[in-house]
Design a protein around this ligand. Sequence first.
Ligand code: FES
Length: 603
Amino acid sequence: MDTRKTEVKQGQDLLTYLREKGHRLASPCGGKGVCGKCRVRILEGERTLNQPYPGIQGITLDEWQKGWRLACKTMMNEELVVEIPDMWNTDANILVSGDYEVTLQPCIKKIYLELPKPSIEDQTSDTDRLLRALGYGEILDLALVQSIPDIMSEHDYKVTAILHDNTVIGVEGGDTTGTLYGVAVDIGTTTIVGTLIDLNTGDEVGVYSTLNPQKSHGDDVISRIGYTIENEKGLQTLQQLVLDCFNRMFDYFEGRFNVPGRNIYHVNIAGNTVMIHLFSGMPVKNIASVPFQPAATHLPAIKAKELGLNIYPNAVISSLPMIAGYIGADTVACILATDILKKEEYSLLVDIGTNGEIALGNKDGLLACATAAGPALEGAHIQCGMGGVRGAINKIEINEDGICHSTIGDQPAIGICGSGIVDAVAQMRRTGLVDPYGRILSADEASESLPAALVTRIGQYSGKPSFTITGKEEGAANEIFITQKDIREIQLAKAAIAAGIQILMQEKQLSFNDIKKVYLAGGFGNYINHDHAMEIGLLPSELKGKIVPVGNAALTGAKMIVKSRGYMEVAERITKMTKYIELSSRWDFQEIFVENMEFPENR
Ligand code: FES
């Protein structure tokens, strides 16, 4: 907990104030007062503490009386002492790896040159002298041209040219060919992961991972688009948050691995279309409404200095191409990393993150769709849900004797993350605590057929049955339970993904037998129990035995491009060979979605 006394501006809401002061509070609904996640405890503040209980989401009457409030709905009209839960500051369990092999051939290279000095017989200009020695190339940057004469004369015409393909992007004095680094980054809606790569050896020097700081303005892309629409400077705010995060990453690389930012010459990013737009400052408002068009599917050539990134000023900032508003550079990177466009056999790729992206096909072409799975499978919009951080329940076993669970980092439980929720729902269904329609049985109903060890855990939340996973008496930091609404959220998410898979299969006229491999990308894909995912109908049980977890395949795809320039062409080919299916325009989507809401029969 972080407790501090502070000066306040009259009438400002506490969430906005705390954000401005650099506190990171979960706020999946972006401050609308509906997610119940921005909880803080008021320790001092008479008027605030004496307000009557309004019956709000996320705070019980008992908690209200103990001073718990939603920061977004707490107006600061007096001096307050506030306790801020530390959940955001715990170490996140972020998936950073994935296997791949490439031949090292980066698009950035350095060439050391010992140039003939100018003389009365050779009055060639400095830039032409450089290009003549290289034998090719061009210089497009005025500031670079301005700097070349001094660099050459100060270093006795011994210089290193830095090239991006055929363009000279920099000149350094002396021989600096030994220091050449690139960074690959996956900008996820929830997490950001970057890998520092030595472009002389291909070695991955280090990894930086953190939660996406834009989370304080909403957990999903729709909330963040909403933030840019509702706030005049919203787009700039969200862009700056991610750019600052990049600069913290570069500082970390310098401090931890002794690689200063000035030695980083290429940054390649993967991310969904909204994340790439926000990173580059492109407007996202049109992605939220029909016909969902992005501003661009390709980033223009960007120099680091244009974005204020603290690396080599002319370092190249690139992104994998995007396909549509909801099929972005991350999906292209996953397709690249799994190589499914080269295979004869049919493959299914499912990237379950804050959204669900699905691709299906083989060497003849792919179909792709995005499902509004929502962030429930990452723990958001779940009453006791949280991301995969220390203290999150990540595995649960329910049987007639009761419940066992484990937490990330073996810490006292403070909430439940996506893999834990899938475990809980699958086994609540298997034991009969939940019926096929997703209804949690009341204690009276359950007592007729279920053991007392489970029935005693059935309680009430918001007038509906809930099921307790653990509580303080079992060593948890607080009571952790599954509500009826949580089950509905999971049903909505799993139905969206299952419907997406079904529609792509129908379009391709494929049966489950035709699909040879199912690549599960993303942290969630790596951590969930596949059997439980099939038990709740998140993945078709007919695909059992074909699942291949591929880790953070989006980051893998981004790294492949940093290491080997030819992969950008492959990525371009992927965009041309992938047909996007807009599910919301399909007449049959709603019907298939509703069919998938029920849980499969227990086997
Ligand atoms: S309830 Fe406050 S941010 Fe969602």
